[in-house]
Design a protein around this ligand. Sequence first.
Ligand code: PLP
Length: 406
Amino acid sequence: MRPFLDGAFGNPSSLHHEGRVAREAVETARAQVAALIGAEPDEIIFTGSGTEADNLALIGAVRASGGSGHVVTSSIEHAAILETCRFLAGSGTKITYLPVDADGIVGPESLLRALQSNVTLVSVMAANNVVGTLQAILELAHLTKLHGVLFHTDAVQAGGKVPLDVNQLHVDLLSLSAHKLHGPKGIGALYVRNSVRLSPIVFGGGQERGLRSATENVAGIVGFGAAAEIARQELADEATRLEQFRERIATELGRVLPESYIFGHRTQRLPGHLSFGFRGQEREVGRLLAALDASGVAVSAGSACSAHHSGEPSGVLLAMGYDSERARGLLRISMGRFNTQQEVDRFLQILPQAVATVPRTSIPGHQPGPDIRAAAHAGGVVGENRPDLRGLRSARENLCRPESVS
Ligand code: PLP
């Protein structure tokens, strides 16, 4: 990125030498981002963020449809999707929210039901930011395609962490954000299949195939391209390494801290992501976070975007069937390519000490409810209304080995 922050200030739309240098750098990065998801370079539209990519996908598809539209999405999407849906609903778009089971997985039955009506676009995230669960994107996109409906996936969390191939997965639109794969903040991309018609949401000079007018953020785009290239090369090894870290932490949690319980699917989840809570300390996550922070461990409570609402139950956990007490008490660790085994060891030393410093609260009238800890550690579920998922292939399998669908 440095040359483009320090001297190479050409505008990629300019025809002079400096402009051509910038254009070449942008196009190299476009090819690098495309290669990460098996797309053609001209199917990548650079945006200012993952949020903007999500907005463009949903609003762009509804506007291009010529009517008020019908968007089907899941109940555990990121605010970038949920708030866009709220905006669209205000202008008359019908929105259907698909339920999830206690692991946070969208079942194909509810999607099939939703597809019985006239649908403009289905949008289901590839990986959830709060609980890390991977969705069976291949199966959901395949069903959607059979109904001739567009499929978008918010792959901001999944991009560069699990294999994604837009053609094998049958997706038409896919959102990415550079900072989730060690690139710079403030740069995202939307994959737009060549056959898909979208209307822009930003108007001006017609850059990015007219879908995202504005002079390109050349340094950001170059950084995104480099990050995508490294992620693509190291994805398989990194996923294995981070999965080992995650499993070690999950096992130790169950062994050393029996009051702990894990949120999300036990195995069908992002390699370096684990979210958990502590029975009886649900209201104390803020103190736990502060105790860990004081020891040099950076963890999150819920999603970074909702951190300012901290103390409120997580909408994702409520949708998964947790009661409001449990849904308050989520801690999330995210590990990446710079985390080491030593750091994992250190975390496992510090965590029990931090937990011991935080008081237990008994909550008046609060029933512990079903044994979430035991169920979650076993990869099981809680709640009465769990859809029958026996026929559903593993979400991970669907994401990683798309050719398995006939
Ligand atoms: N979608 C998901 C699933 C996310 O986790 C995030 C950010 O955390 C976004 C969208 C928004 O991306 P950005 O921060 O680039 O706007």
